[in-house]
Design a protein around this ligand. Structure first.
Ligand code: SF4
Length: 270
């Protein structure tokens, strides 16, 4: 039987993840203006429907589909009662409409049953975290990431959503292996982040993954984390892909700052 890492190795890995998370929070926080959770952006049922609509599609498409949904069906009972093929037509601008229309109606049916028709998911803010997470992930098509988004964004609960950007930046930094499954990545990050760090860490890592630590080629010359990153030394030696700084971007006096220049006297290539 395969044996896992020793307790000493697990503890050392945890300390490393904590150290990297602390550095990322500090430097990315400075760059992205220390985002803080200021309460839910929409009600919890809307958040759940929005996150289903956002699965495998760009935010602009999911918001467009959500707007079309609410215009066509102003109340949740109307969405639930709608003929599925009609709902599918309404959701088509958001992509994957056949799957998402069925998924949304299944989820709304479960919410209706659990809340007795009040559509109030406030219990997710009061239940023990694990129970709330289990209820959410028992819904059709709702995985750990979507459950964590609802718990964090709507109820300010200490759940860390790991999407493709968070996962990519974290493995490049060296917080876990590249092939770490998403569920495991959630555990790894939740065990080293303080409850109040989860929202800023999530937002900062996503922003960094979108604008600097991009897939497939990161713009390391614009990154404040090169001195702690496991990927950067490989990229700097040409053993891993890295993108040049786009023309017109450099402005050392304004964000983004060139951390290498500040620390090591290195200037990014013109
Ligand atoms: S140094 Fe490069 S690979 Fe590492 S986190 Fe920054 S952008 Fe990503």
């Amino acid at each position: 039987m395969a044996r896992g890492p020793s307790p000493q190795k697990r503890a050392a890995d945890r300390r490393k993840r904590r150290r990297l998370a602390g550095v990322a929070l500090e430097r990315l926080g400075e760059r992205y203006e220390h985002p803080t959770w200021a309460g839910p952006r929409v009600d919890a049922v809307s958040e759940l429907v929005l996150t289903i609509l956002s699965q495998n599609t760009a935010d602009t498409n999911s918001f467009r589909a959500f707007t079309a949904l609410r215009e066509r069906y102003p109340t949740w009972p109307e969405v639930l009662a709608a003929p599925t093929d009609e709902l599918e037509d309404v959701l088509r601008p958001g992509g994957l409409a056949p799957t998402k229309s069925k998924r949304i109606q299944h989820v709304l049916a479960e919410v209706h049953s659990e809340t007795g028709g009040t559509w109030d998911l406030g219990f997710l803010g009061a239940w023990p975290l694990e129970r709330a997470r289990e209820w959410l992930t028992s819904l059709p098509g709702i995985g750990r990431k979507t459950a964590s988004i609802v718990l964090l964004f709507n109820f300010g609960r200490p759940a860390m959503p790991v999407d493709t950007h968070v996962h990519r930046v974290a493995w490049r930094l060296g917080m876990f292996a590249r092939n770490t499954p998403l569920d495991r990545a959630h555990d790894f990050l939740e065990e080293v982040l303080e409850p109040l760090e989860m929202y800023p860490f999530h937002v900062e890592m996503i922003r960094h993954g979108r604008d600097t630590c991009r897939a497939p080629r990161p713009i390391c010359g614009l990154c404040p984390l090169t001195d702690v990153c496991a990927y950067y030394p490989l990229a700097a030696r040409g053993r891993a892909p890295m993108a040049p700084i786009p023309k017109g971007t450099p402005d050392p006096d304004a964000a983004p700052r060139f951390h290498d220049e500040l620390i090591h006297g290195w200037r990014p290539p013109e």
